[in-house]
Design a protein around this ligand. Structure first.
Ligand SMILES: Nc1ncnc2c1ncn2[C@@H]1O[C@H](COP(=O)(O)OP(=O)(O)O)[C@@H](O)[C@H]1O
Ligand SMILES: [Mg+2]
Length: 624
């Protein structure tokens, strides 16, 4: 079994036409795959793959080596022929795409089938260079633009649009890339104008096209074939304005947003303003409810450990101290507590907590309308803290149960316990955390809900229904929720199981339980600017050290969201990192050494060996 030579590959690429090249590459790789696949349990592989199956987002792939080969993309086929990726890397990319595969924005499964993430774009470029014998990998001599008439250019366009399923615009920008001459760009622009003006048209047969046109098609097609791993878009920071910017500016912003794979500025603003409108609507209802509360609640909670208090309605912007554009968005009233004495369950305000307008609006909306919300987002994005800080600013007591641990039904509801009753032992029912929460006016945080067990979820579901919780264990006592009890769930997923391959314990939650939640709020990671602000507000780093740390965090987050490492980096982590840098610099006076030690201690030592290797690589590049 011999590897195909670069000559064989060059011939394959020289055939002109994507399909012809692919057919030839398949032929070249077959002898190798046929032998190597004998040791692979193909049925098991396809069965266990999250991207194969009958669901709409999955691919139907027969469990044979040739079917797998036929589903591979051109780069992967080439890399297999060149020996730069191994068959086992391909099978692992099929088995666990989130960890070992290559994300794709064009494929319905979200991954390029069988393409290992070890196949980097540099490696693809190097392979292509080796085949074409040119560092620029695509030989500009493959077609000579000056020999093209307008009709030829249009023909290239038509075939690209049909084969690659791309827009006219994308086809032309791909075509323009191969030749930088003005003449070629003018021809492309002229052809594009004609294409946009013409009516129905017929595409000419590929086989009858002149060789130069075929070459041009083949080369242009290659651009749509290689998939770069998309980076997690940073949430836009432009939305603070809430008014559509001038047309020229909007289109620039849209371009940037589009590159970051985000909706247009108009859509974003509409969403936020929509939320504000919803809030205004909800406010009328809330005012009625709260004034009722305010009159009735003065004596509500003067029980043992807790002081008594009243609900007041205050303008959200005042409560959170917002100024400028944010003030206008938060110009609505929210319920705020006033307590006779400090309430032990009201958290302290963290001055440095940065609120995002969108998710804060949603949380306040849930409080006003008394509709449970489900906050989801990656570890450390600030879900729990967001609820805690909303409680801090509004003086709501904050109560939290963490479902991350193996919490049981009895922990939640309560159990019979033996107590000493004047010398005799008696059995009494002691309430669990849930009845206590329900009876308290509080922001209840059901934390890490996607780890909840089904029997526990059932209890939760009943208690969120509004009719109250029936304690069968305590003689069928009914616990009615306090009118100012507000429920929130936080989770890494939307309760449909682990879609990222990062949260192994996440369970699929029942629809009945999920239906209790009226709003689903996505909490994004802080933006780079916000991270920088947070660090500077706590730790005095030198400007270039701060730059390095910020750059590192951005790249670490990117590696995490692309599943290159399993270890996230939360604000907790990078704050510890920054703090350690400051401390070690003071101790040793040698900043480079301080960074290195702090990096080892606060980031690397917490990781698995595999993550360590990747993160160390990033560190070596950006922290030096
Ligand atoms: N927007 C933010 N502003 C300031 N600190 C934040 C912000 N988001 C997260 N943090 C900090 O990050 C850490 C992790 O947040 P946490 O709420 O525990 O995340 P999650 O519950 O999403 O895992 C906390 O120390 C919190 O103070
Ligand atoms: Mg949390």
């Amino acid at each position: 079994m011999t590897k195909p030579t670069t000559d064989d590959l060059r011939k394959a690429y020289g055939l002109g036409g994507y399909s012809a090249t692919r057919a030839e590459l398949r032929k070249l790789v077959s002898p190798m795959l046929e032998v190597q696949a004998r040791h692979t349990d193909l049925a098991g592989l396809i069965d266990s793959s999250p991207i194969c199956g009958d669901e709409p987002h999955q691919m139907k792939v027969r469990p044979t080596w040739s079917a797998i080969r036929d589903a591979l993309d051109l780069d992967t086929l080439t890399a297999l022929c060149m020996g730069s990726v191994k068959w086992t890397e391909v099978t692992e990319a099929i088995r666990s795409p989130a960890h070992l595969g290559a994300p794709s924005t064009t494929s319905k499964s979200g991954y390029t089938f069988g393409r290992p993430h070890s196949l980097t774009s540099e490696m693809v470029a190097a392979n292509n260079a080796a085949i074409m014998g040119d560092a620029e990998f695509l030989p500009t001599v493959a077609y000579e633009p000056s020999t093209f008439g307008l009709q030829d250019v249009i023909e290239v366009h038509d075939h690209i649009v049909e084969r690659c399923e791309v827009s006219t615009n994308d086809a032309f920008s791909a075509m323009r890339k191969y030749h930088s001459t003005e003449e070629w760009h003018d021809k492309c622009s002229a052809a594009q104008n004609m294409v946009e003006l013409r009516g129905a048209y017929e595409i000419s047969a590929y086989s009858e096209l002149p060789e130069r046109v075929k070459n041009c098609i083949a080369l242009t097609e290659l651009q749509f074939d290689d998939v770069d791993a998309p980076t997690e878009p940073e949430a836009p920071t432009t939305v603070a304005k809430y008014e559509l910017p001038a047309a020229a500016e909007s289109s620039l912003i849209d371009l940037a947003l589009k590159n970051a794979k985000l909706p247009s500025i108009a859509t974003l603003i509409e969403e936020i303003n929509g939320a504000s409108a919803k809030i205004a609507e909800a406010q009328a209802k809330a005012e009625a409810e709260a004034s009722l509360m305010a009159s009735a609640s003065a004596p509500t909670v003067a029980s043992g450990a807790y002081p008594s208090g009243k609900v007041r309605l205050k303008v959200a912007a005042d409560v959170f101290g917002f100024t400028g554009a944010k003030r206008k968005t938060f110009d609505f009233k929210i319920p705020v507590w006033e307590w006779d004495a400090p309430h032990p369950l009201v958290p302290a305000i963290d001055e440095n907590y940065i609120f995002r307008a969108e998710s804060l609006l949603m949380v306040l909306y849930s409080i006003i309308t008394n509709q449970p919300a489900w906050l989801h987002g990656h570890t450390g994005c600030g879900k729990t803290t967001k609820l805690e800080q909303v409680a801090a600013y509004t003086n709501f007591p904050f109560m939290r149960v963490n479902f991350d641990s193996e919490i049981s039904r009895a922990d939640l509801i309560g159990r019979d316990t033996l107590v000493n009753d004047g010398g005799a032992t008696a059995s009494t029912f002691v309430e669990g955390i849930l009845p206590q929460m329900l009876q308290t006016p509080c922001i209840a945080c059901f934390d890490e809900c996607d780890f909840m067990r089904a029997d526990v979820a059932y209890v939760m579901q009943r208690s969120l229904e509004g009719n109250g919780l029936l304690l069968t264990e305590d003689g069928g006592r009914l616990i009615k929720p306090h009118p100012m009890f507000r429920a929130f769930a936080t989770a890494n997923t939307v309760g449909q199981g682990d879609e990222f391959g990062m949260y192994q314990g996440a369970r699929v939650q029942s629809q009945a339980f999920l239906n209790r939640f009226k709003t689903f709020v996505h909490v994004p990671y802080m933006t780079a600017t916000e991270r920088r602000k947070l660090i500077t507000s706590h730790h005095k780093l030198k400007a270039d050290t701060l730059d390095k740390v910020c750059k590192y965090i951005t790249e670490h987050l990117e590696a995490f969201t692309n599943a290159k490492v399993l270890q996230p980096i939360s604000p907790r982590n990078f704050m510890a990192f920054s703090q350690a840098i400051v401390a070690f610099t003071d101790m040793f006076g040698d900043e480079a050494k301080a960074i290195e030690m702090a990096f080892d201690m606060t980031i690397l030592n917490a990781c698995t060996t595999q993550d360590k290797a990747v993160l160390k690589g990033i560190g070596n590049r950006v922290l030096k």
